[in-house]
Every structure is written in structure tokens, then in C-alpha cells.
Design a protein around this ligand. Structure first.
Ligand SMILES: [Zn+2]
Length: 272
């Protein structure tokens, strides 16, 4: 799935955390920001596709293969391996959290340090939940050489890779998650002004509704985008699948909205 939808899914889940937390409004903004970062973070393992990867990181660590081969292989640092696992998520988000907490710990008064997790742990929760949403989002994409994602790394079993959706052009899912984020941010703002306690739970229900809608949308695609275990075949059929997924979007969104989305897509420099 594309990085924008992943990021939005992290933002969406963290609006629940922000709404339920008793933080100030700007702190809730930071919680949502952390969720977005968490949503984008697992694709850090795509770094091996960076044009200067071989001459820098690859050379420094004496890696046995070039970045492109690493990306499509199943080394722990390949795409869809360690960084796309729950253990990887725990380690990576915890490291980031500790790194960014250090200034808070250093500059806190002694008696404040003891309950540091109570004060800033909620940012880590948003970061980790955003991370998990990314992993969920990758489950219905084609398996390719990885067979899915190594959700339970260090176990070598691959999960997902069902090919229910194509990697790109999932505009309908993007719009549902985007709508969910916008509504929930509005709700957080309303709660901030009205302070009616039950309003805090609305983002949770909106997210559940969005999740069910996404499952429905996934079920709408009557094409299976993967031929299990036949990696070569998916490359041969890449453009066929790409066109097919665009046709599905046109059908779902209608011509007008579809044109808007494809125009946005064309302007972006990354896959969407
Ligand atoms: Zn991913």
C-alpha cells in the first residue's frame, strides 16, 4: 500500500488515543503526529532502494548483495521482514521514543522523572498503534517474493500477501481513512470546547465504521492480484493489474472523483 494511506491510517488510529487522553489540545496534536510517523515507519526497510544505498550503507556494513536484491530478498533487513513485524515495531518505536524522551528526562525535575511514562507514554502508544496499522494495511497486498509480511518475526512464517488489493491506486480506501481523520479531528476540537465526556468516545466508533467500510471495499474488488508463489507472473502481469485496479477505482468512485484522484496521483513523485 502507498505511504500516504499508511500515514493516514496511523493518524486515524491515534485520533482515538488523542481523544481519550486527558492532554491539552496541542499535546493531542503531537499524539496524532506520532501516529502518522508510526504509520509511515515500517517502510524504512525500503531504504535499500535508495540510489546511493550501495555506496554508503551497503559498503559500510559489507552487505553481500546490492540494495535492489536486498529489497526483494528475505534477509532480516529486507523489505517486509523485521521492520514489518510486531517485534520490529516494538523495538523501532521504543528506540525512537527513548531517543526523543531523553531531553524530557534530562530536563525534568527529579520527582517528575519517576512518572515519566505516565506523562509521555501516550506518544509511544500512538507511535506503536500507527506502526501496527501499517502492518495491517500491507496484509491484503500481493505476496511477491516475501510471501506476505513477517508479522511474527523472528519466526519465518509470512502472513498476508493475499492480493485482495493492488499495491497502488487504492483511492477509495485512502478517501475513507482521510474522511475518518478529518471527522475525528473535528470531534477532538468539539470536545475541547464543549467538554461533554461522551464525545471523547466518538472517534473510536468512527474508526470502527471506517474499518468495516474498508473491509467492504476490499471485498468489492473481484480480482485477485496475485498468483501465489508465481513471482515471475506478477511482474509479467504488472501493467495488466495496474490497469485493472484503476478500472475498479473508476467504477467505485465515478468518473468525476476518479479524475480528481488520478490528477493528484500524476502530480505526486511517489507511488500512490
Ligand atoms: Zn509496508
Amino acid at each position: 500500500m502507498d505511504i500516504m494511506t499508511h500515514t493516514l491510517s496511523g493518524i486515524a488510529i491515534s485520533t482515538i488515543v488523542a481523544s481519550l487522553s486527558k492532554k491539552r489540545i496541542w499535546e493531542k496534536g503531537v499524539i496524532v503526529f506520532c501516529g502518522g510517523i508510526g504509520g509511515a515507519l515500517p517502510d524504512i526497510d525500503s531504504m535499500s532502494l535508495w540510489s546511493r544505498f550501495d555506496s554508503t550503507i551497503g559498503a559500510f556494513f559489507h552487505l553481500p548483495h546490492n540494495g535492489r536484491d536486498i529489497y526483494f530478498s528475505n534477509y532480516w533487513y529486507s523489505h517486509h521482514n523485521f521492520a514489518h513485524s510486531l517485534v520490529g515495531g516494538l523495538i523501532i518505536t521504543s528506540c525512537l521514543f527513548v531517543l526523543f524522551s531523553l531531553p524530557v528526562i534530562v530536563f525534568s525535575k527529579n520527582n517528575n522523572r519517576r512518572n515519566i511514562f505516565n506523562r509521555i507514554g501516550v506518544y509511544w502508544i500512538a507511535l506503536f498503534l500507527g506502526y501496527v496499522m501499517h502492518l495491517l494495511g500491507d496484509l491484503p497486498t500481493p505476496s511477491l517474493t516475501w510471501g506476505g509480511i513477517k508479522l511474527f518475526w523472528p519466526l519465518s512464517v509470512a502472513v498476508g500477501g493475499s492480493g485482495h488489493i493492488w499495491w497502488w491506486n487504492n483511492y477509495d480506501i485512502f478517501l475513507i481513512i482521510g474522511g475518518c481523520c478529518a471527522i475525528n479531528m473535528g470531534i477532538i476540537n468539539i470536545y475541547h470546547h464543549s467538554k461533554k465526556p461522551f464525545i471523547r468516545y466518538f472517534p473510536l466508533f468512527i474508526c470502527i465504521g471506517a474499518f468495516i467500510s474498508i473491509l467492504h471495499q476490499i471485498d468489492q474488488r473481484n480480482v485477485n492480484f496475485v498468483d501465489r508463489g508465481q513471482t515471475k507472473r506478477i511482474w509479467e502481469r504488472y501493467w495488466e493489474y495496474e490497469i485493472k485496479s484503476l478500472e475498479i477505482q473508476k467504477e467505485i468512485l465515478g468518473e468525476k472523483l476518479y479524475d480528481i484522484m488520478t490528477n493528484v496521483d500524476r502530480k505526486l513523485t511517489f507511488y500512490f
